[in-house]
Write a protein that binds this ligand. Structure first.
Ligand SMILES: Cc1cc2nc3c(=O)[nH]c(=O)nc-3n(C[C@H](O)[C@H](O)[C@H](O)COP(=O)(O)OP(=O)(O)OC[C@H]3O[C@@H](n4cnc5c(N)ncnc54)[C@H](O)[C@@H]3O)c2cc1C
Ligand SMILES: O=C([O-])CC(=O)C(=O)O
Length: 339
């Protein structure tokens, strides 16, 4: 039996989720993940991993809700299973607070997370006297340092392979794969020449603060404290078009001061690690299929990249869409007939 060869470029949370979805749903495919960097060296590895949805201007709300819901459901089922600690997926509760009352008091994801409530004025006064508005909810935190190896293991179990390699052009893959799936994140800027891709620099601290049990996020998206399994992720910055990967001392002092204002006890916490990552910024994620002329042959390419600051939060949902697109490619190529 001839197997359909699927090459997935990228081993961050998006690439591995997509590879697992394809390998498990389409056992007649042989899935290979090709990536320059694997865990723990991807952008995904440094993310706080909070499931929280940002909204994208040109994606229908129903599709965004589905991306978030599919991801939340998938991770909730892991969080409630015996796999939770190995996979690094846990439930977390806390608050998002605002200095000014936001236009959208109940965001589109408010009925998808658990127990979403608005804080009363009394509660705000007790907990966050400098803020005018607050939301309380329970969601999932997915820590990629354990989660990506857990996905790699799941991929191998489904028959998938991994190869460390920088792909300089999709041409290189045209003879080795029947379908190419592009999950290269910010790498898509050069790999497929996408000028809409840009870095959004994020600097965070990993701090030892085991007494903190609840997350706190300022609604401006720049200041947050996310307690996790071994450390709290404390941040952050959102600097567009900034490619610097080194730690900036000014950013560190500024974010620490902002976080200590929200949570004074952090001034006693030890800094375990500092980290900088570049979010794969794009106006909207690109989850679509294309036919590319490669070395005289039309090769189907499925794109799944450009998740910005939401990659962990929507990766499983966009991967389910990418799986649907791969199925459409196979249908069009009549490759199912190879079975
Ligand atoms: C400080 C910070 C905090 C964050 N917190 C959160 C959070 O709490 N929740 C959330 O949902 N998101 C968060 N994010 C965003 C999240 O990290 C990203 O959206 C997500 O990691 C994107 O995943 P990805 O798989 O697309 O990209 P990456 O993780 O960057 O993976 C890209 C992969 O493609 C490979 N690649 C690229 N180009 C090539 C090439 N030419 N050849 C071969 N391989 C290639 C890379 O080596 C890598 O394996 C945060 C980001 C930052 C920076
Ligand atoms: O926005 C947040 O709370 C965390 C996050 O996703 C990011 O820094 O990209």
């Amino acid at each position: 039996m001839t197997r359909v060869r699927v090459g997935v470029v990228g081993a961050g949370v998006v690439g591995l989720s997509t590879a697992v979805c394809i390998a498990e749903a389409l056992p007649f495919c042989s899935v290979t993940v090709l990536a320059e960097k694997f865990s723990p060296d991807t952008t995904s590895d440094g993310a706080a991993g909070i499931l929280f949805a940002n909204s994208f201007p040109d994606i229908p709300l129903e599709r965004q809700r589905r991306w978030f819901k599919d991801s939340l459901d998938h991770l909730l089922s892991i969080a409630q299973s015996e796999q939770a600690s190995e996979a690094g997926v846990l439930l977390t509760s806390g608050w998002q607070v605002f200095k000014e009352v936001p236009i959208e008091k109940k965001p589109f994801w408010s009925d998808l997370v658990i127990g979403f409530q608005l804080l009363t004025q009394d509660e705000l006064g007790q907990l966050f006297p400098d803020h005018k508005f607050g939301q309380a909810f329970t969601t999932v935190k997915c820590e990629c340092v354990p989660y990506l190896p857990w996905l790699e293991k799941r991929l191998r179990k489904a028959g998938g392979n991994m190869e460390q390699r920088k792909v300089r052009s999709l041409q290189e893959l045209s003879h080795s794969y029947d379908v190419i799936v592009n999950c290269s994140g910010l790498g898509s800027k050069t790999l497929v020449g996408d000028d809409g891709m840009y870095p959004i620099r994020g600097q965070v601290l990993k701090m030892e603060a085991p007494w903190l049990k609840n997350f706190i996020r300022d609604g401006d998206g720049k200041t947050y404290i996310y307690p996790g399994i071994h450390s709290a992720t404390v941040g952050g910055t959102r600097q567009e078009e900034d490619w610097r990967l080194e730690v900036d001392e000014g950013d560190r002092e500024d974010m620490l001061a902002r976080c200590i204002r929200l949570e004074p006890s952090l001034c006693k916490a030890k800094v375990l690690r500092e980290w900088v990552g570049l979010r794969p910024g794009r106006k909207n994620p690109r989850v679509e299929r294309d036919l590319v002329q490669l070395q005289g042959r039309q090769v189907p390419v499925v794109h799944n990249y450009g998740h910005g600051g939401s990659g962990v939060g929507i990766a499983w949902g966009t991967s389910m869409d990418a799986l649907g697109l791969v199925k459409q490619c196979l249908h069009d190529m009549h490759l199912q007939a190879k079975l």
